[in-house]
Design a binder for this molecule. Structure first.
Ligand code: HEM
Ligand SMILES: *[C@@H]1O[C@H](CO)[C@@H](O)[C@H](O)[C@H]1NC(C)=O
Ligand SMILES: *[C@@H]1O[C@H](CO)[C@@H](O)[C@H](O)[C@H]1NC(C)=O
Ligand SMILES: *[C@@H]1O[C@H](CO)[C@@H](O)[C@H](O)[C@H]1NC(C)=O
Ligand SMILES: *[C@@H]1O[C@H](CO)[C@@H](O)[C@H](O)[C@H]1NC(C)=O
Length: 262
């Protein structure tokens, strides 16, 4: 019989995890296409090697760093599990998230399309394009997030001969665009300081030296649904009539956890 002593040793020491700790990935460590999970890993809220992340670790990290409801974190973890190629997996690694067209999709805000290069790595050219769609120097809101999302999709459709976007991928683009404004930023006002967003994407570090602190209100499933819908609604007002971003070359929709706005 196995004595369950291992988790005690495997647990991250509090001294190595937190807002005041940060280091980039080492040579045998992995990162992925999600700038926030990379960030939390760099801070040690998730295991620093980026590998074999459990449900509990995900829930604790998202709660401790960002005040995300643990039920919502568990729901997101279920999506992450679908990217682990192993059968019946109970953990995922950050690089699993890059498996193309499961969750990873074209037209990202800070990564190039799989057709052009490495989707794991931050890409300054792509992120500079994203920034060009934001209209305000100081503060970003949901409309800026919608403009940037749509701008990237159009650019990708125009340049990538293998552009594709599954229905699930398309839903994720709304969630991700909402997330950098209202999870990292302020869910009450629906805004965030632009400098915080830029620092976060470009350094994969929480922008505390610019005044960021952990949100003092819990981020809930309903908040995500509400802001995704706001982005969808505003997008309809700025799309040219007849264009339908996100529906070119539909791919198989992968198995996925139970429904919820997605
Ligand atoms: C367990 C939780 C999470 C999972 C499984 C997850 C997964 C992913 C994946 C697979 C991508 C890549 C999509 C792509 O661009 O191709 C992504 C991107 C992204 N995620 Fe996460 N994520 C999680 C939590 C979060 C949180 C809490 C935030 C809060 C800010 C966040 C913000 C983002 C943003 C802004 C992007 C877009 C990056 C870009 O387009 O370049 N994610 N996430
Ligand atoms: C977290 O979300 C679940 C489902 O939406 C809800 O039932 C629960 O009350 C929330 N927990 C907290 C601490 O707010
Ligand atoms: C996965 O789980 C199912 C149902 O619990 C089981 O029948 C199957 O043998 C498992 N597969 C592997 C590879 O462990
Ligand atoms: C960054 O993206 C651009 C535009 O898609 C691409 O040409 C370039 O090769 C990418 N860089 C890397 C390192 O993948
Ligand atoms: C929570 O944070 C916001 C903005 O960061 C601040 O305006 C508000 O006073 C804080 N509320 C509490 C109860 O600390």
């Amino acid at each position: 019989m196995r004595v369950s002593i291992l988790p005690a040793f495997a647990a991250i020491s509090p001294a190595l995890a937190g807002f005041d700790t940060w280091s980039a990935a080492g040579p045998y460590e992995v990162r992925g296409p999600c700038p926030m999970l990379n960030t939390l890993t760099n801070h040690g809220f998730l295991p620093h090697d980026g590998k074999d992340i459990t449900r509990e670790q995900t829930q604790n990290a998202l709660f401790e760093a960002l005040n995300i409801n643990k039920t919502l974190a568990s729901f997101l973890f279920d999506f992450a599990l679908t990217t682990n190629p192993k059968k019946n997996a109970t953990t995922f690694s950050l690089n699993d998230l890059a498996n193309h067209n499961i969750l990873e999709h074209d037209a990202s805000l800070s990564r190039t399309d799989a057709f052009f290069g490495n989707v794991l790595q931050f890409n300054q050219t792509i992120f500079d394009e994203t920034k060009s769609y934001w209209t305000n120097e100081e503060t970003l809101d949901i409309k800026d997030a919608a403009r940037a999302r749509l701008g990237r999709i159009k650019a990708s459709q125009a340049t990538n001969p293998e552009y594709s976007m599954s229905e699930l991928g398309d839903s994720f683009t709304y969630g991700e665009s909402a997330a950098y404004v209202v999870v990292l930023g302020d869910k009450i006002s629906g805004t965030i300081k632009r400098s915080w967003v830029e620092w976060f994407f470009e350094h994969e570090q929480l922008p505390q030296h610019l005044g960021w602190t952990r949100p003092n209100v819990s981020f809930e499933e309903g908040d995500l649904e509400r802001y995704m819908k706001e982005i969808q609604d505003f997008t309809k007002t700025i799309e040219e009539p007849g264009s339908t971003p996100g529906t070119q070359k539909q791919r198989r929709t992968p198995r996925r956890p139970s429904h919820f706005g997605f």
